[in-house]
Design a protein around this ligand. Structure first.
Ligand SMILES: CCCCCCCCCCCCCC(=O)SCCNC(=O)CCNC(=O)[C@H](O)C(C)(C)COP(=O)(O)OP(=O)(O)OC[C@H]1O[C@@H](n2cnc3c(N)ncnc32)[C@H](O)[C@@H]1OP(=O)(O)O
Length: 452
């Protein structure tokens, strides 16, 4: 493996993207930190590792917003709290620089997430967003942004309980300020701000093991532009195969095949939301979308282009029978003579009525019907992702994804994504994986929420 290939592989592993291996392989077990060593998490309302949960619900439910301090937590000497106004060009720029240079570790800065203004308008300005939930820390003297954490409001359902919550994302600390216990301060401050709004639960994901994962699906990757992925070191060529073999194996059809498939439009929102809600009811952990949220997340607006791509299938009677979406978060490749960027597509939400006539989600016939439809829809999603310049298509083993991943040549990646709930204990939720971490086409997953 070349140095460049190795470096990219390391980087992609940190991003939980893996290198898109062709065959499942052994996953090294992460050395387990003991509960007593989680000095911060030990003090938070989260279940301890390996505790069995018999009753689901909030852990600490005694507080009211009046019990919560009005003032921010004290910040360490040379630093100060700030809010990032992403409507302002210069503040958005500060956030790009922080995340681009520190969100992923790449010593030589050869590869970077190509975060765009559009991406943040989409990810951080969903309905109900608040500027004071875009929390930064700056160096007092220089005004340099050195840390960030964000929250957006969401309505969650975990099994039969619905509650107001937030999603926490984009936690980042400048590389030179790591291991200084700044993370607990950021988390406590965002918690304070969210609690002040009478919200007591949060959903977040991380590649790191913390107390305690609710579910841990695995990443899977479907190469689209195999030769480019090979050139930049995203994937290798198995010894017993030629490049031509690989190109043939990963060839993507030139046109979509599902009859009635078209881009989703504003006029589709009502019908698609009805279909979507019905479909999502099968899962144990979902985000419930209002119409306004649905429109934001799947259609964007004038400020959001080329970030999210949504499609519907309309049958001859004019009914919306299926829907799928994916989003784009490309890499910039620096210092590569041939390739300047790597297009990365992520499967987002989808729905289909293919098995609606079966009341049992696991009915054999219903499953066959759904699998067949998802194979067709997701194969089209890959075709469309390619038309939007995506070189690889990523999905987790959450939702019903395990049904189609192998059929459509997604390879299991090295990355796993842990889902966490703050101040809410729940029994484990299936992750779409068998004991030996292969795609589980039988039990599938009960995670119906997708985090960016
Ligand atoms: C009701 C509302 C509630 C709202 C809040 C809900 C909770 C939200 C939780 C946040 C969800 C974020 C979702 C995302 O955005 S996940 C993405 C996280 N970001 C990155 O991976 C970017 C690159 N890395 C970094 O910037 C730093 O390495 C980070 C910031 C990750 C840690 O910086 P650093 O390495 O300098 O550490 P420290 O000395 O400051 O602090 C050490 C303590 O921090 C605990 N730690 C380490 N990593 C994470 C992590 N990813 N989530 C939660 N805790 C984490 C660690 O176990 C230790 O605690 P304990 O072991 O002693 O107990």
């Amino acid at each position: 493996m070349s140095d460049n290939q190795k470096k990219l592989q390391e980087l992609l592993q940190q991003l939980a993207l893996g290198q898109g291996p062709i065959k499942p392989r052994e996953i090294p077990e992460e050395p387990k930190k003991e509960m007593k060593d989680y000095k911060f998490w030990n003090t938070q309302p989260v279940p301890a590792l390996d505790t069995e949960i018999s009753e689901e619900g909030p852990i600490d439910s005694k507080k009211t917003p009046d019990d919560i301090p009005d003032e921010p937590l004290p910040m360490l000497g040379d630093f100060e709290w700030c809010e990032i106004d992403i409507q302002k060009e210069n503040e958005l720029e500060d956030l790009f620089v922080l995340l681009n240079e520190n969100y992923v570790e790449d010593k030589d800065s050869s590869f970077r997430f190509n975060y765009t203004k559009e991406f943040f308008n989409w990810a951080l300005k969903s309905p109900g967003w608040r500027k004071d939930w875009h929390v930064g820390v700056r160096v007092k003297k220089t005004n340099k942004l050195i840390a960030f954490i964000s929250a957006i409001p969401v309505n969650l359902r975990v099994r039969s309980n619905e509650f107001k919550s937030v999603e926490i994302n984009f936690l980042c600390i400048h590389k030179q300020l790591r291991a200084k216990r700044l993370t607990p301060v950021l988390i406590k401050e965002i918690t304070r701000r969210v609690n002040k709004c009478n919200i007591w639960q949060a959903l977040y994901t991380s590649g790191t093991i913390l107390p305690s994962p609710v579910s841990t699906p695995r990443y899977a990757h479907r190469p689209i532009n195999w030769s480019k992925l090979y050139d930049v070191g995203f994937t290798g060529c198995p010894i017993d195969k030629t490049k031509a073999d690989m190109l043939a194996y990963y060839a993507v059809p030139s046109v979509t095949k599902t009859a009635g498939l078209r881009a989703m439009e504003l006029r589709d929102v009502d019908a698609t939301l009805v279909l979507f809600n019905k479909y999502q009811s099968r899962f144990d952990m979902v985000q419930n979308f209002t119409k306004e949220e649905f429109q934001h997340w799947f259609l964007g607006n004038d400020e959001i282009h080329k970030v999210v791509f949504s499609y519907v299938v309309e049958n001859e009677e004019g009914e919306i029978t299926d829907f799928f979406s994916f989003y784009s978060l490309p890499f910039t490749i620096l210092e590569n003579a041939i390739h300047k960027d790597l297009g990365i597509g992520y499967l987002f939400y989808y729905a289909s009525n293919a098995d609606f006539e079966y009341t049992d989600r696991f009915d054999k016939e219903g499953t066959t019907a759904l699998r067949k439809r998802l194979d067709s829809l997701m194969s089209d999603a890959v075709v469309l992702a390619r038309s939007h310049k995506m070189d690889v298509f990523n999905a987790l083993t959450s939702q019903e994804n395990s049904l189609f991943l192998e059929d459509l040549k997604f390879g299991p990646g090295d990355g796993f994504l842990n889902f966490y709930l703050f101040n809410y204990k729940t029994m484990p939720i299936t992750d779409g994986l068998t004991e030996d971490k292969r795609f589980d086409t039988e039990k599938r997953s009960n995670v119906g929420v997708v985090m960016l």
